[in-house]
Design a protein around this ligand. Sequence first.
Ligand code: PEP
Length: 252
Amino acid sequence: MRKPVIAGNWKMYKLLSEAVETALAMKPLVANANHCEVVIAPVFVHLKTISDRLEGSNIKVSAQDCAPEAKQSANTGEVSAEMLKDVGCSHVVIGHSERRQFYGETDESVNKKTKSALSANLTAIVCVGEMLGERESGKAEEVVKTQLLGSLDGLTVSDMERIIIAYEPVWAIGTGKTATPKQAQEMHGFIRQTLTETHGKETSDKIRILYGGSVKPENIKDLMAEADIDGALVGGASLEAESFSKIVNFNG
Ligand code: PEP
């Protein structure tokens, strides 16, 4: 019922020529992947070139962030959701833990950015996830619930149709430590329960919840076998066409 999403977050990696080379190498490798949506998220300055080069393919292009302000305005250094749409993006990642940790992103700014993304007709991939200490002290669910409520505050049921949630435990990002499928499923189930409380069961049943944190070709199949895991947000393993395509083709 929920079409899986496999999204690659390229973070601040690759020069333009390398990004084009990887994107073009991915094209044939994922061309038959009708079972899922395939998304890659290069840096801002590569978005137009990559989306042009991927035109007609089944790979969608996402930005890694957007401005909280929706309107064209005096905000030096920012890029609006409308501008992302204009250069060919269909998605935008919002509230990635690296932005929360290192760039002062808060649930309030994530909420504003999410609303901007929706107003520009982009699909927002909203990231949540606890730190290691929070998990160890038994606060993981409380932290994730607070992030969800703050990040999605004021969104209507129809807004939720263009929201994807990415659960990324911070302790599993880039560390090689993956949450076990059981740990991930427990949190995904909790997230869906929280979304049922806020927006009703019919809506929460439709929302894709992605897992992120050291996803690799070797562990994707077990993660995807869980009831509430609807795809993956992949960092390191999305940087090479071959490993990313193996993750995309998890059903093979
Ligand atoms: C990420 O950057 O969102 C991520 C999950 O990274 P990695 O797959 O490298 O852990």
